[in-house]
Design a protein around this ligand. Sequence first.
Ligand code: GDP
Length: 305
Amino acid sequence: MFATLSDRLTSTFKNLRSRGRLSEADIDATVREIRRALLDADVAVPVVREFAAAVRERALSVEVSGALNPAQQVVKIVNEELVAILGGEGQRGLALAKNPPTVIMLAGLQGAGKTTLAGKLALHLKEKGHTPLLVAADLQRPNAVTQLKVVGERAGAPVYAPHSGVAGEDEVPTGDPVAVARAGVETARSREHDVVIIDTAGRLGVDAELMAQARDIRDATQPDEVLFVIDAMIGQDAVATANAFAEGVDFTGVVLSKLDGDARGGAALSVARVTGRPILFASTGEKLTDFEAFHPDRMASRILD
Ligand code: GDP
């Protein structure tokens, strides 16, 4: 991901490097190129506008003195502004509850990568010494419970699911996802799992019923984190989708999935700024180990490399 954006920005800076002192016209031409590259990468229009204005303003006031030449200073400014739109310095980790279990709820469109993420998170937490329980509250898709059991097995984490429960004991007598989620958290508490990860249903598009159900699950389980999972390849739809979930379930953090894809990735560059919520993790493949903490500065350096 970002290969094209990265190439475009690099060649813009190369043109700049052949010049010495930068005129206002040089800076305007450069900012124009950057703006086009970002728009072509599907970055949301308001984010591009804000980014370009910030770079222009700072580039115009660059001093000639100092260790960096003017072109290098512009690159530094672009880097800093990229870090800012990706969420800024000092990323936080998962918020863990003082009184376990920590409840983590996953929300997002169908196919965004929630179920896969549940397995990835479980593995990540197990490696840190936690004892996660997965809860199958996606009762919409016929295959979702089975799929969660598969990832749970791969991660070595038990799955609480309707009509089966942990180790076949905890029969949940209802197909109501809110009841399943609530019972899952209770099971975690009684069995001393210190983290519960609740997988929820996603639809193909944002709809009111889906949002109401996600909100009911949230209200019933009082999560410490509501993670909004977004497919980094969804392009310009990203902003509307992210805003709908921000309003609908008031998520606390974002997970970008499918960052390994070859799409343009503008969603990844827009969602933190548009929603004001931090990106906590990135998913980079189908394997449970294709998962990393998200660092805005590392992502910015990767784009500008
Ligand atoms: P859900 O509907 O939100 O639960 O999404 P799933 O977890 O079922 O994922 C949908 C599809 O995307 C599955 O085929 C996953 O294997 C795939 N997938 C999930 N995360 C990633 C990722 O980071 N990279 C790639 N390439 N595929 C992923």
